[in-house]
Design a protein around this ligand. Structure first.
Ligand SMILES: Cc1cc2nc3c(=O)[nH]c(=O)nc-3n(C[C@H](O)[C@H](O)[C@H](O)COP(=O)(O)O)c2cc1C
Length: 210
């Protein structure tokens, strides 16, 4: 736990990455595993994640991302894309996955399916989209902590034009829409922010211990 807190203090939203340093396959595999293990509401994981290392695509992302240098200097760009809505087929496939993995008959999961249809599929579509994006943000939070524990630098990013990023990814007009982005790689020695003190609320302001 001490290490965990140390690593959270070590991490910061990196502005300048060292473009010559790339994440290796082993690190990428660990980051992907941490994303796969992220908790989500009902376990539905209503998002997908694009992982971009192609330099030309990163240039295009930068143009869609307020020209932020992290898009091209970081080794990899993780784009968290939320589902706009969930239909019955999506729920069926989720239930089937539980059935396969836990060796439970689909018919014994009928109550779960009904609950998910009522609580998710039948909700207004704009609420489904907002809910899916919240789940994507949770995966982002998980990702930032996992990366810090691997001593990988990241920058969470909301500074982008959603429509333009969607276009670069080729998901315009589909059931997917970009929620949030994280760049990942290794900090540049010149990034002054790595030496800045953390600015956070005082405990008294943040917590209510009842
Ligand atoms: C959802 C989210 C979006 C953010 N968007 C950007 C961004 O577009 N560009 C950027 O440089 N930093 C961005 N940040 C970084 C924050 O400014 C930073 O996390 C905050 O100031 C706290 O500092 P620290 O993370 O270095 O401790 C974002 C952070 C979060 C959590």
């Amino acid at each position: 736990m001490e290490n965990y807190i140390e690593n959270l203090n070590w991490r910061y939203a990196t502005k300048k990455f060292d473009p010559s340093k790339k994440l290796n396959e082993e690190i990428i595999a660990k980051l992907l595993k941490s994303l796969q293990l992220s908790a989500s509401s009902y376990g539905l994981q209503p998002y997908e994640i694009f992982v971009v290392s192609d330099e030309k695509t990163k240039e295009k992302l930068k143009l869609a991302g307020w020209n932020q240098a992290q898009f091209t200097d970081a080794s990899h760009i993780f784009i968290f894309v939320g589902l706009k809505h969930l239909d019955e087929a999506y729920i069926d496939s989720y239930v089937k996955n539980i059935s396969n993995i836990r060796d439970i008959q689909v018919r014994d999961l009928g109550a779960l399916k009904d609950k998910l249809i009522k609580n998710i599929v039948e909700e207004p579509k704009n609420e489904q989209k907002a809910w899916a994006q919240k789940q994507a943000y949770l995966a982002l939070g998980n990702f930032l902590s996992a990366a810090a524990n691997l001593k990988i630098d990241t920058c969470p990013m909301e500074g982008f034009d959603t429509e333009k990023i969607d276009k670069v990814l080729g998901i315009t007009g589909t059931n997917l829409s970009t929620a949030v982005i994280a760049s990942a790689g290794y900090r540049s020695k010149d990034d002054a922010l790595q030496h800045a003190k953390k600015v956070r609320k005082e405990k008294e302001e943040l917590f209510h211990l009842i």
